[in-house]
Write a protein that binds this ligand. Structure first.
Ligand code: ATP
Ligand code: MG
Length: 407
């Protein structure tokens, strides 16, 4: 990408209403644009970060054999009335609208009901089970507060995965495989050392669900952890009964804040029963399908990574999710010519700052944008046929011969 031709510009100041670090820095660095509170556009750089995160999630979910779909956001209330959720506060508040032809419809806050209804068409016998389906989809929720940048949106990108099983044991096995896949996902996006699986409240059919909580000052959840962080609980289940149930009453717990980046839930019959998702077992007896659902807040995850790594100079992306790997600056005539050569054929990896600006301004933008490696070529570095490489995360600088640059 050439900075001279991109329509987005970096901003010196963050908008006053962006109080969270992620919202302020992502806006200043040109990753996002705020339409209104809790509603953001993803600009070219922001969209690329989202795509990197999605690719990692896709890779890990494909190891579970899950298939990707894309479901509609417009929802028919009839389906949700069957589970009592269209006028219920159990899902976050709906955005509803009137049809010009009469009647009302809603913008999906989540997809348990429609996916259950959809698979009903195909699931007839035990031979059709198990399977799992996921999607990346914008959800709409009329959240009361939306002040944490992209951590809490009224429109946000979620990865939602749903699994369908003939037996509870099979659901349990799959749940464990999702837990492992989630750990790999959070590890790969750079949150491995600060994201913990926490006990959270279950539903009618399960005692507990699990949340993946990234410990972060801006996190909206209160969590409790023991000394070696092997037992973590959401505040909602931090009480003497649960501690006794988990056999951890003797442990000492500390309090901190967490951002929920994902959660996993054994739904069992919660939706399958009211929506009539059944199958014929081997004896041809009718049984209800066991279900699980597993979410990751993809746009929130991007905001959490931004918050976690940011420093006083700006964003700092781990390589795995960075929109581009290199930020290239040529200084002087020779340096600029050498930079053009380096850029050629590597347009997908490099942001080439070919703008007519002072090097200092370019360096400041390189830091603000958080691109992992800065490459500078100048008369001076070219004397030794080299480029100067600076690592955004460690601030280490070294000279590398041009031939060795991408080795
Ligand atoms: P929260 O307690 O943060 O409101 P939730 O329990 O409502 O989350 P789910 O409905 O299970 O969350 O959604 C799955 C995932 O989507 C969450 O784990 C979270 O990462 C993300 N998420 C939920 N609400 C939002 C939101 N308003 N903006 C951005 N991401 C969200
Ligand atoms: Mg919520």
């Amino acid at each position: 990408m050439r900075l001279s031709t991109t329509f987005v510009k970096t901003l010196r100041e963050a908008p006053k209403d962006e109080t969270a670090i992620n919202g302020a820095l992502l806006t200043r660095a040109g990753y996002i644009h705020k339409e209104m509170a809790g509603v953001y556009d993803f600009l070219p750089l922001g969209r690329l970060v989202i795509e990197r995160i999605k690719s990692i999630i896709r890779e890990e979910l494909s190891t579970l054999g899950s298939e990707e779909v894309s479901m509609s956001a417009l929802q028919n209330p009839e389906l949700w009335e069957k589970t009592g959720r269209f006028d219920d506060q159990e899902v976050d508040i709906w955005f509803k609208t009137e049809l010009s032809a009469g009647g009302i419809l809603g913008l999906a806050p989540t997809h348990e009901e429609p996916i259950t209804n959809l698979v009903k068409k195909y699931v007839k016998s035990y031979k059709d089970l198990p399977f799992s389906v996921f999607q990346f989809q914008n959800k709409f929720r009329n959240e009361l507060r939306a002040k944490s940048g992209i951590l809490r949106g009224r429109e946000f990108l979620m990865k939602d995965l749903y699994s369908f099983h003939a037996t509870e044991a099979d659901l349990d096995r799959f749940y464990e495989r999702v837990e492992a896949a989630y750990r790999r996902i959070f590890e790969r996006v750079g949150l491995g050392d600060c994201t913990y699986e926490a006990f959270a409240s279950g539903g009618i059919f399960s005692k507990y669900s699990h949340e993946f909580q990234t410990m972060l000052p801006v996190g909206e959840d209160t969590i409790y952890y023991n000394d070696d962080k092997t037992v973590v609980l959401n505040k909602e289940v931090y009480n003497p009964e649960v501690l006794a149930d988990l056999n951890v009453s003797e442990m000492r717990f500390s309090e901190t804040t967490g951002a929920e980046v994902g959660n996993i839930f054994k739904l069992k019959y919660k939706y399958a029963e009211p929506l009539g998702l059944k199958f014929a077992d081997e004896e041809n007896h009718e049984q209800t399908v066991y279900m699980g659902c597993y979410g990751i807040g993809v746009s929130r995850l991007m905001g959490v990574i931004a918050e976690k790594y940011a420093d006083e100079k700006g964003l700092v992306w781990p390589k795995a999710v960075a929109p581009y790997q290199y930020y290239l600056v040529g200084i002087g005539e020779k340096g600029t010519r050498a930079a053009e050569k380096i850029y050629h054929g590597r347009e997908k990896e490099i942001i080439f700052d070919d703008r007519d600006l002072r090097p200092g301004q370019k360096f400041a933008d390189a830091e603000l944008m958080g691109i992992p490696t800065r490459i500078v070529v100048s008369d001076k570095t070219l004397e030794s046929n080299s480029a100067e490489i600076t690592d955004r995360m460690t601030d280490e600088t070294k000279l590398i011969e041009l031939d060795e640059l991408f080795r």
